[in-house]
Write a protein that binds this ligand. Structure first.
Ligand code: CTP
Ligand code: MG
Length: 187
């Protein structure tokens, strides 16, 4: 695969990790994941992390991934653009989607420890918390797939492009969410 192909495939394959964040905003509401509880005087996660947001986000990322798996043969694309053989491919997709939401929650946990209130800007942490979660889970459960697509050969171009695109996309999506009245702040 050429560097360009590897870079674009790298973005395509991270969709199940990218979608959950935006979907969580749409599904969010109801009981907070920490049930309003505090730890050492500070909220564990805060009101911005709800079970509906978590599950809706993770389910949306999984749905996109399953659609991509189903579409691969229809689009006639080769394994560069795939999650591997079924059912391992589902394991990759679940790792990316749930890893993304777990990373997002861990990010909020860290923010609360640093005394940053819900929705307060935390540069880098806000943009990369879900990326780190998705990558950690993908390596934990399907390391072969991750290294084949994002480390070996030209795969690293996929990882680099993804890491550059994420903060830009994050910004655009949050501005849209803010304009739609789904988010209180445009970040
Ligand atoms: N959301 C949710 N449940 C989640 C993640 C997100 O309900 N597990 C919804 C919440 O309405 C949240 C919005 O999506 O306010 C935006 O998500 P995010 O920016 O991650 O949360 P913040 O409100 O900024 O809170 P934090 O400071 O903890 O990141
Ligand atoms: Mg936020």
């Amino acid at each position: 695969m050429t560097p360009t192909e590897a870079a674009l495939a790298g973005l395509w394959l991270m969709l199940p990790a990218l979608i959950p964040n935006s979907a969580a905003v749409l599904f969010g509401g109801g009981a907070p994941m920490d049930l309003g509880k505090s730890w050492r005087g500070k909220r564990i996660l805060g009101d911005g992390k709800t079970w509906r947001g978590f599950m809706g986000g993770a389910a949306s990322g999984t749905a996109i991934g399953v659609l991509q798996i189903a579409l691969a043969p229809v689009l006639g694309i080769d394994s560069t653009w795939g999650f591997g053989d079924w059912p391992w491919s589902l394991c990759v997709v679940l790792s990316l989607a749930f890893g993304s939401m777990i990373g997002d929650s861990v990010g909020s946990f860290v923010k609360r420890r640093l005394d940053l209130g819900r929705g307060v800007k935390a540069p880098i942490l806000d943009q990369y918390n879900f990326v780190i979660g998705a990558i950690v889970l993908a390596i934990a459960f399907q390391s072969g797939w991750f290294f084949d697509h994002y480390i070996s050969g030209n795969g690293i171009y996929g990882l680099i492009l993804f890491l550059i695109v994420v903060p830009l996309l994050h910004r655009v999506v949050n501005i849209i969410g803010y304009k739609l009245g789904k988010k209180d702040v445009p970040w």
